[in-house]
Write a protein that binds this ligand. Sequence first.
Ligand code: SF4
Length: 264
Amino acid sequence: MEAYLGGVLDFSSVDYPHDSASVVFFEGCDFRCRYCHNYKLLEFTHKTDLEKTKETLKEYKKFVNAVVFTGGEPTLQPEALLELLKFAKSLKYRTKLDTNGNNPEMLRKALPLLDYVAVDLKTRFLDYRKITQKKVDTKKIEKSLRLITGKGHEARTTVVGGLNDTPEIMDEIGILLKKCGIKKYVLQQFYAGMGTLDKKLTDQNEPTREKLLQLARIMHKYGLEVYIRTRQAGEEKVAEETPTGLVGEEMPHQDAQTSEKGDL
Ligand code: SF4
């Protein structure tokens, strides 16, 4: 079988929580997020024989425990994704999928083969198009969120100044996540250092760690375990603010820079 892939990264310490991983980059995406830094993967351009990819994964298993399927949007090539997931499981890899949540039916099919799923929640539903630059059926995103209520999955938002960084937007997101039964929510720091699809964002500063902490603390009232990811401190569990002080410690545990596509 052939598939449109952008490459396989041999080693990443930042793409699978608490573990080392190889990363398979799928080409093609149905969104055009303004802040996207993997924008070179958005079109279907490079066909690859999956047997070659499987050989690569077999080789990399000597060094890493997990494999992450990202993109682009992996669920747009369902047969290839399922085949690679089954193969990865046969090698006893731990598996993770990064998805924009726009294909809940495919996510449902893939779930039994996945140890970890990260579903993007770009912003409150009202503003979705401002980020994705595509008309999105947000009911599909909600369906995907409802599929990842088990422990070990996450919903996440990349915070971009001026696009989705207000307390009002966080409150609307919190209400939705609570309704869907999400446990883990991550606020990721936007970073323009690898370039962005919308060149107007390329010179924009990343939100500060303090800004992310401020937004994250709003989310505790929705019963969420809240984390932030920054380039400075990696992933940190955010302590809850109570009238008597902070409950829990901010706990850094890994670098947070997201991977760029690797070699085939
Ligand atoms: S950020 Fe993700 S969902 Fe958005 S365009 Fe890029 S690959 Fe697609």
